[in-house]
Design a protein around this ligand. Structure first.
Ligand code: G3H
Ligand code: ZN
Length: 283
């Protein structure tokens, strides 16, 4: 069933595992992720960036596609459709009006006062619809859809303020993670993570899940991280397999001959992440 993130993340925080947010790009991506979650009996969050939503036709198309697959695949595990890095109140509102069950309002590139103000407005609108809200403080490194930013660690006082003043359900404090592949080992701020967890008492989100070694994943979970976002790793897995198949069968033209193996590669990657995050059999 389609649900918000609230119950799944609170349960994850309590039982010390993380729910994966896996970003979708199209039908096959969505099939792969839902299939993996159902097989693992795991809750799952389908992340949809504004760019990916545009690519798929729009927020309504995304919701109807997911709803169709939940029925046709007989999905029983909890599923959230979540706007990833929402850039404005209007974008969050449009996603929620189309039926998204969760949104991230990413005001992290604005001064904290503005971030709090826009987040508060989104929380009021989303909560009235029973949807959940994620906010970000500090900035994740690397490339976000339309924004390229440097790393800026989340400030503890700003984290406390945004939680208290807006009523968000989950917080993404940027602590050294990066979107896309890491250049060298990631250097996550675990001390800060622990301080923020103790101060805000909410499930935390880790962006840039691709390329973070297992011991850092486990440590993050032990310090209150309850949601981990993964995107690039699935893209790499898909592209690698599609390239291999096309190289081996240069005359292939039926799209299913290369998309289906690509889809299988995404599914295998997601199953691996679900196991690593400890959310198997937590549906
Ligand atoms: O919001 C999406 C994620 O933070 C994805 O990061 O592409 O590095 O896995 P990633
Ligand atoms: Zn992110």
């Amino acid at each position: 069933p389609l649900v918000s993130m609230t119950d799944m993340l609170n349960k994850a925080l309590e039982e010390k595992y993380a729910v994966g947010q896996f970003n979708i790009n199209n039908l096959e991506w969505t099939q792969a992720i839902l299939g993996a979650a159902e097989e693992e009996k795991s809750p799952v969050i389908l992340g949809v960036s504004e760019g990916a939503a545009r690519h798929m036709g729009g927020f309504n198309t995304v919701v109807k596609m997911v709803e169709g697959l939940l029925l046709d695949m007989s999905i029983t595990v909890p599923v959230a459709i979540h706007l990833d890095h929402g850039s404005s109140f209007d974008k969050c509102k449009a996603a929620l009006d189309a039926g998204f069950t969760s949104v991230m309002i990413d005001g992290s590139h604005h001064p904290i006062e503005e971030n709090i103000e826009m987040t508060k407005k989104v929380v009021e609108y989303a909560h009235a619809k029973g949807a959940s809200v994620e906010a970000e403080v500090g900035t994740v490194g690397g490339q976000e859809d339309d924004v390229i930013g440097g790393i800026q660690y989340a400030d503890l006082n700003e984290c406390v303020r945004i939680v208290k003043e807006t009523g968000i359900d989950t917080l993404a404090p940027a602590l050294g993670s990066v979107h896309g592949p890491y250049h060298g080992e990631p250097n996550l701020g675990f001390k800060e993570m622990e301080e923020i967890r103790d101060a805000v008492n909410l499930p935390l989100v880790l962006h840039g899940g691709t390329g973070i070694p297992t011991h850092d994943i486990q440590k993050s979970i032990s310090l209150g991280t309850s949601k981990i976002n993964v995107n690039t790793e699935n893209q790499i897995a898909f592209a690698r397999v599609v390239r291999e198949v096309l190289a081996a069968k240069p005359d292939a033209y039926d799209p299913r001959t290369f998309i289906v193996p690509g889809r299988d590669a995404i599914k295998a990657t997601v199953i691996g992440k679900i196991k690593e995050f400890g959310s198997s059999n937590k549906a």
